[in-house]
Design a protein around this ligand. Structure first.
Ligand code: LLP
Length: 404
């Protein structure tokens, strides 16, 4: 995203052109950024060439998944639906890992039939269910056990997953017990220890702690794991003030770990791959003044982008045409939905806006479209991918007829 001759552009296309040609609200993704993110991610960890399984939940667009697949990434899925999309995108089953605390028998059966790399189990009951199904199917199924390392990820409580009060994984004691119980199972092959401590993590230290916990446990069990799945969670910079994640230090900590425990590392990044690639282009419908502030009423709403309403997340908002006319008033960017949480940002010193002007909400590639809904019988936005000056529709705007 940059201004060229005062016009906001994504790759070589101006946001105003997108709005004029395709209407609003519209999600646009930059192919160049996606490519850079993936290459950087690989470069950061190149000394041990990890298996990178893209967390499909962060963006489920099949056309984006097809591009991601071309870079050699696998998929981390959390439902049969996500598994189906990943397979349809051409991702090979031996690069798919399946997480989640509530996998149904149907989902487990599907995963076994498709011969995916790992089912990362999150409870004793789930392992029993996998074993039962594997036995009926006369198969030996590769599984991981997700450890809850009781590590504070130092991120928002709503997206923390690695503390003992969280529903995810099993604690150290249960982990050790389960390894003993299942390491010689006929129908289960215990291949992996998996963890995922949270999302939008900006400090590498929680990961360092997590690695220490893992190492302690590995020293206590009499079993060799081929894979260590470290999950995802690496954060990105949403506002200028945000710090950036220190990949060097994380890489260093993992290398130290690998010196003591030879294994193949798996990552499950979502946000780090796709987060900063996307913008949501929207139009100002009305502006009204409450006597205290200006409400900038957009045609995008919380159903299109849930993060601000759900987590109080702050996304940058940029005008499509840059001017020097700065407003001294408070601007509150809201959507048309009948809820007070349908609000994107409150900003001061924003440039003066007019009705019908176009703006872009930034860094919405992860958990933007994938968290969207049809609340208020609003249709879901169009999705575009931009490569240089080329624009491709990767998902059509939903029509009301599809909903009614
Ligand atoms: N692996 C597992 C098992 C996960 O549960 C998640 C995310 C990931 C990988 C990918 O995490 P990432 O690299 O994207 O941080 N909706 C929230 C984020 C929820 C994340 C849920 N799990 C948001 O918009 O911030």
């Amino acid at each position: 995203m940059k201004y060229i001759k005062r016009k906001l552009t994504i790759e070589k296309v101006s946001v105003e052109t997108i709005a004029k040609k395709f209407g609003t609200p519209t999600y646009c993704y930059s192919y160049g950024k996606l490519k850079n993110n993936i290459n950087n991610f690989k470069r950061n960890f190149k000394s041990f060439s990890p298996l990178i399984c893209f967390a499909v939940k962060s963006n489920t667009n099949i056309n984006l998944l097809k591009e991601i697949k071309k870079f050699g990434l696998g998929a981390d899925v959390v439902s049969v639906g996500e598994m189906m999309v990943a397979l349809k995108a051409g991702i090979k089953p031996n690069k798919i890992v399946f997480s989640g605390v509530g996998k149904t028998s149907h989902e487990i059966r599907y995963a076994i039939e498709k011969k995916i790399l790992l089912i990362n189990a999150e409870s004793e009951s789930e392992i029993k269910e996998i074993e039962k199904i594997a036995k009926i199917k006369k198969k030996k199924v590769q599984i991981g056990i997700r450890l809850n390392p009781n590590t504070d990820a130092k991120t928002l409580s709503q997206i923390s997953t690695g503390k003992k009060e969280n529903k995810f994984g099993v604690n150290s004691k249960s982990f050790i017990k389960l390894v003993e119980l299942y390491k010689n199972s006929k129908n289960i092959e215990l291949k992996c220890l998996s963890v995922h401590i949270g999302s939008q993590i900006l400090d590498y230290k929680p990961y360092e702690k997590m690695l220490n916990v893992i190492m302690k446990i590995l020293n206590k069990v009499n079993h060799k794991f081929e894979f260590i799945d470290l999950g995802g969670g690496m954060g990105i910079s949403y506002t200028h003030k945000n710090k950036v994640f220190n990949y060097k230090k994380y890489n260093f900590a993992i290398k130290k770990f690998l010196n003591n425990y030879k294994s193949k590392i798996i990552f499950e990044p979502g946000r780090a791959v796709i987060g900063n690639t996307g913008i949501l282009v929207s139009k100002v419908i009305y502006i009204k003044n409450s006597g205290k502030k200006n409400f900038i009423i957009l045609d995008a709403a919380m159903n299109d982008l849930m993060r601000p309403a759900l987590y109080g997340s702050k996304h940058k908002i940029l005008p499509s045409s840059k001017s020097n006319r700065i407003s001294k008033e408070i601007y509150e960017f809201v959507g048309p939905i009948c809820e007070s949480t349908d609000k994107f940002r409150t900003l001061k010193n924003f440039q003066k806006l007019k009705e019908k002007e176009i703006i872009a909400i930034c860094d919405v590639g992860a958990y933007g479209m994938s968290l969207s809904s049809n609340y208020n019988v609003r249709t879901k936005p169009l999705e575009l991918i931009i490569k240089g000056s080329k624009i491709k529709i990767i998902k059509k705007r939903q029509k009301h007829e599809e909903l009614i």
